[in-house]
Design a protein around this ligand. Sequence first.
Ligand code: SAH
Length: 389
Amino acid sequence: MDITIRKRVPPDLLRFTFYFLPREARMDQTPAYGMTLDDWIEWMEEHDQPKFRAKQVVEWLFQKRVTSFDEMTNLSHDLREQLKEKFTIGLLPSVRLTGSKDTTRKFLFRLHDGRLIETVKIPANANFDGERSGRITLCVSSQVGCAYDCKFCASGLAGFTRNLSAGEIVGQVMTAEYETGDSIRNIVFMGMGEPLANLTNLTKALTILNADWGMNLGARHMTVSTSGLAPQIEKLAKIPMQIRLAISLHGATDKVREQIMPVNKKYNINRLFDALQVWLRHKKQMITLEYILIEGINDSLDQAKILAMRANSLHAKVNLIPYNTVEGLPWKRPDIPAQDAFLNVLSKANITATIRREKGHDIDAACGQLRLQEEDLPSLEASVSDSPA
Ligand code: SAH
């Protein structure tokens, strides 16, 4: 494989970090992980190749997991050369892998244009909505940065740079499996970015992740989380895949919500809930309403009562998330009795509600903490530029 382990920082009790050299890749090449079987069929036809070659290529990529076209030995030499010219097998080697005490792992991936994104592997005993689970969950990013400017979130602090391609989304899952040896069977789009603002690439990535010729991940094990882009929710509702939806609600009334989530000015709670009714007409799974508890902002028991009514109208479950502090932002979480009092209001109203006790705090890998720490950049540049040629 093309990844060279360059420097190994000795592990301490809480943290260990590996540095890898990024692989050379050309900007004019297409990431192979972003191609559907139909895309491959079309490509083969355009290049006077029989259709079955498409199936062979996806088998090498997703079942046999080769990392170069040279290994695709049932293809002719000529065809392999053409593929090599046009595509990258976009394994994005992680430039850094950080581990926390609770076995959460945070990957920092460098993309082919030099941008950096983060992906988090969450241990099997705590899935994203706090239920016990035997499955490892991967929290993936959908954009570099974010344009939605939620006041409490770290991801938007540096603004929006660009959408991730379908290949870069699928690549996060492939590479996390490749580097850890784990089988990832649960995916949440709760990393950096607003997935529904990147709907075309998101849909393509979901197709590849779900396909039996692709990663063969059950649609019910993929959760898209959104800040509430109502028209896009309605569009996503219509794709023929039983994926799950989580809504970052964080305020039970427009007055509270729009203070912390500017997107609420564009799509207010009524508009959002109309879209969620459309979702429910197409999908079988319950919707999850995510609600960060921020002290003095949205944690009053009045908000809890209205939230209970709203959850009830959708038969949704509620996932309470005590706010994770973000350096440079003034917010903090309410104390445990206040969190429990809020939960109690929901439970009394017969709403299925959990409090997500976050993993990965010690490595800034908890919800809403994914961002590029600016100080990462110079040290990474240095680690690349002083490498042997
Ligand atoms: N843009 C999408 C997905 C990314 S954020 C969305 O808004 O849903 C994933 C979740 O983390 C969202 O619910 C988000 O509101 C939450 N989050 C952001 N900052 C947080 C913080 N500091 N503490 C806890 N959760 C946070």
